[in-house]
Design a protein. Structure first.
Length: 95
């Protein structure tokens, strides 16, 4: 897990992805995602990437499955056009 986090962390710190670092981790979550690290969802990618892996892994409620979900979301942030679903309840109202 540590290596996976390090690889994606280093990639996200590349200047090409600077525009994504101020978005929250929750921005990259999809409605079908499970086992998300809820305690980190409202933190910016920049704040998360500033934390050492050991600190994240030692947070209450963060185990192997939540770490795997964190890495999945960070990888999703690397996509050229992140496939983020709109969470609007009503797309269009016709009268």
């Amino acid at each position: 897990m540590r290596d996976g986090f390090s690889v994606v962390r280093n990639a996200l710190l590349d200047p090409r992805f600077a525009d994504r670092l101020d978005r929250t981790l929750g921005y990259f979550a999809l409605s079908a995602d499970r086992r998300l690290p809820i305690g980190l969802m409202d933190h910016s990618l920049r704040a998360i990437l500033d934390l050492p892996f050991e600190k994240i892994a030692g947070m209450p409620g963060i185990g192997q499955k939540k770490l795997a979900a964190l890495i999945m979301l960070l990888r999703r942030a690397l996509e050229e056009q992140p496939q983020v679903e709109s969470l609007t309840l009503v797309d269009e109202v016709k009268i």
